[in-house]
Design a protein around this ligand. Structure first.
Ligand code: NOJ
Length: 545
C-alpha cells in the first residue's frame, strides 16, 4: 500500500518553550536583503519589499528573521563593508523602513535579528577616512591596524597573513605627499579594514551601535566574524601560504583568539540589560566543536552557527558523528545546538548534495531539511531553500559581484550563485521579485519553483517546509530537548524524541524497517507491508509514536 501523507496540523504556540528562551527552539529564517523582495523596481531587494512579504514568512511558520546588513555601505562585499552603522543604505530604504519592518514583524509574531559587522568597517567609514588623512602613527590610526612595511623601504607587507578572499591581508597606503606609506590590515577585501579591538573607542562605539538597534526594537544580532576581532599580540607570521584552508581547522593568530570571549561577555551583559530576551548569534569558525562551544557559554552568546553540520558530507555515518559532536559540545555549556544547511556564503545544499545530479540533490536536500527540523535545538533556514532552489552555476562573469570572485585564489568565488533573487510568481523573470529586473539573472526554470507555483501542491518543497514547521510547533517533542539514537540498518539514521521518531535513509537504495509509529510527514511516498515500511532512497520520515 502506498500511503499519501497529507498532514493536517494546527499552529500552536508552545508557552513552555517561550519560558525557556525563545531561541532555544526557534526556526530563524535568513533574509539576504538584496535578493528577497524589491519594492521600488531598481532590481535590488529592500526593507519595504521584506515588509510586504512578512505574511509569507509568518505563514511559512518561522519564528524569527535574520536580516543581512542593510546599513550605509559602498557594497564592496554585499554590505559587509559598513560605512555608517546607524544609517540604512538608500539602496534598501530609510531608517523609518527598518523601524516599520521591525514593528510589523512583531505584530505578526516574528522576531527580528540584524547583522552586526564588528571585525572591520568599510574603507569609506569616517574613522578610516580620518585614519588615512592622519599622519603616520597618529591617534586616528589606532582604531585600525596600521604598520610600517618590511624590507629596506617598507615595500613588503608587515606579516605573511593572507586575506580570506585571496591575496595579502595588507594594503599599502599613500601619504599626503604621494610617497608610499604604512600598510593596513584587512582580513577580507581591501575595502574592509580590520578594526583594532584593543582600542577603547572601538569597544565603546560598538556598544553604542548595539544600543541604537536594541532601542529600535531588534531582538538580537548575528555577529559577523565573531571569532576575528582580537589578533595575537605582535601579529606573528603564520609561516605558510593557503591560509584560507586553515580557517576552522586550527587557531590562527587572527581567528579564534581567546581574547574575543571577553568582548562577547560584555555584549551579553548589554543584551541582558534589555527586556525581552535579546540574543547574540556568533558567526564563528573554530577548529573543534569544543572551541565553538566556548562562544555560547552561559555568560557569552546565545547561539553559534554549526558549520560542521553545514559542511558535513551526505551519509549516515558522517552525519551521526557531527550530530553527536555538536550536541555533546553545546550540552557541556548548556546552550542549544543550531543546525544550518545553507547561507549566503556557500553553495546551496540542493546542489551540494547532488554532485552534479540536480534531482538527487533536491531529493537529499528535502530529506536533510526534515532531519534538521527534527534535531534538538534551533534551526536556520536560508531564503529559497524552502523552494528547493539550486545554486545558479552559470552566471556570466560580467554580472558577478562577489569580491572573492575577483580576488581569485581565496574562496572559490561561487558566492553569487546562492544569492540570486527569489522567484515569487509568474512565468517570466523577475518572477514577482519586484516591478523591475533583478540584480542577478534568474534561470528560466525558476518559474516552476516560485512560491506561487509551489503553493498548494502537496508534493512541493515549499509545502514540505510548511508542514514540517507546523508539526514542529504542534509536536511537543520537537525543538529543544533530548534525542536518543535507535538501532537502524547501515546507512539509515533513526532517533527518537518524546512521542516522535525520525528515520533518514541516506542510501541510494530503499531500506526496510519495522514501522516505528504513525507516519506524519515524509519526503517521498512510503510502502507498507505487514509490520514493515520500505523507505525509498534518500528519504526522511517523521513518525508520531
Ligand atoms: C561573513 C559573511 O557572511 C560574509 O558574507 C562576509 O563576506 C564576511 N563575513 C566578511 O564580512
Amino acid at each position: 500500500m502506498t500511503q499519501d501523507l497529507a498532514p493536517s496540523v494546527r499552529p500552536a504556540a508552545d508557552a513552555s518553550r517561550q519560558a525557556d528562551g525563545w531561541w532555544r527552539s526557534a526556526v530563524i529564517y535568513q533574509v539576504y536583503v538584496r535578493s528577497f523582495a524589491d519594492s521600488d523596481g531598481d532590481g535590488i531587494g529592500d526593507l519595504r519589499g521584506i515588509r510586504q512579504r512578512l505574511p509569507y514568512l509568518a505563514g511559512l511558520g518561522v519564528d524569527a528573521l535574520w536580516l543581512t546588513p542593510f546599513y550605509a555601505s559602498p557594497q564592496a562585499d554585499g554590505g559587509y563593508d559598513v560605512a555608517d552603522y546607524r544609517a540604512v543604505d538608500p539602496l534598501f530604504g530609510e531608517l523609518s523602513d527598518a523601524d516599520d519592518l521591525v514593528r510589523e514583524a512583531h505584530r505578526l509574531g516574528l522576531r527580528v535579528i540584524v547583522d552586526i559587522v564588528p571585525n572591520h568597517t568599510s574603507d569609506r567609514h569616517a574613522w578610516f577616512e580620518a585614519a588615512l588623512a592622519d599622519r603616520s602613527e597618529g591617534a586616528a590610526r589606532e582604531r585600525y591596524h596600521f604598520r610600517p612595511g618590511r624590507g629596506p623601504s617598507g615595500e613588503l607587507p608587515p606579516n605573511d597573513w593572507e586575506s580570506v578572499f585571496g591575496g595579502p591581508a595588507w594594503t599599502r597606503t599613500t601619504d599626503a605627499d604621494g610617497t608610499p606609506g604604512e600598510w593596513y590590515l584587512h582580513l577580507f577585501a581591501p575595502e574592509q579594514p580590520d578594526l583594532n579591538w584593543d582600542n577603547a573607542e572601538v569597544r565603546a562605539e560598538f556598544e553604542s551601535v548595539l544600543r541604537f538597534w536594541l532601542d529600535l526594537g531588534v531582538d538580537g544580532f548575528r555577529i559577523d566574524v565573531a571569532h576575528g576581532m582580537v589578533k595575537a599580540p605582535g601579529l606573528p607570521d603564520i609561516g605558510r601560504t593557503e591560509q584560507a584552508k586553515l580557517i576552522g581547522a586550527q587557531v590562527l593568530p587572527f581567528f579564534d583568539q581567546d581574547g574575543v570571549h571577553e568582548i562577547h561577555r560584555a555584549w551579553r551583559r548589554l543584551l541582558d540589560s534589555y527586556p525581552g530576551q535579546r540574543i547574540g548569534v556568533a558567526e564563528a569558525w573554530a577548529p573543534t566543536s569544543e572551541r565553538l562551544a566556548l562562544y555560547v557559554r552561559p555568560d557569552e552568546l546565545h547561539q553559534a552557527f554549526n558549520f560542521q553540520f553545514l559542511t558535513c558530507d551526505w551519509g549516515a555515518r558522517p552525519m551521526r558523528e557531527v550530530i553527536d559532536e555538536s550536541l555533546a559540545a553545546t550540552l557541556s555549556v548548556g546552550a542549544p545546538t543550531t543546525w544550518v544547511l545553507s547561507n549566503h556564503d556557500v553553495v546551496r545544499h540542493a546542489t551540494r548534495y547532488g554532485a552534479g545530479d540536480g534531482e538527487l540533490g533536491l531529493r537529499r536536500a528535502r530529506a536533510a531539511a526534515l532531519l534538521m527540523l527534527a534535531l534538538p535545538g534551533s534551526v536556520y533556514v536560508y531564503q529559497g531553500e524552502e523552494l528547493g532552489l539550486p545554486e545558479v552555476v552559470d552566471l556570466p562573469d560580467e554580472v558577478r559581484q562577489d569580491p572573492a570572485f575577483f580576488r581569485g585564489d581565496g574562496q572559490d568565488g561561487t558566492r553569487d550563485g546562492c544569492r540570486v533573487p527569489l522567484p515569487w510568481s509568474g512565468g517570466q523573470a523577475p518572477f514577482g521579485f519586484g516591478p523591475g529586473g533583478s540584480w542577478l539573472p534568474q534561470p528560466e526554470a525558476w518559474a516552476a519553483l516560485s512560491v506561487e507555483a509551489q503553493s498548494g501542491d502537496p508534493r512541493s518543497t515549499l509545502e514540505l517546509y510548511r508542514s514540517a514547521m507546523a508539526l514542529r510547533r504542534e509536536l511537543p517533542g520537537l525543538g529543544d530537548g533530548e534525542m536518543t539514537w535507535l538501532d537502524a540498518p547501515e546507512g539509515v539514521l533513526a532517533f527518537s524524541r518524546p512521542g516522535f521518531v525520525c528515520t533518514l535513509n541516506t542510501l541510494d537504495g530503499e531500506a526496510t524497517l519495522p514501522v516505528p509509529g504513525r507516519p506524519v510527514l515524509a519526503t517521498e511516498a512510503l510502502e507498507f507491508s505487514g509490520g514493515t515500511v520500505r523507505i525509498p532512497a534518500n528519504t526522511c520520515v517523521w513518525w508520531a509514536v
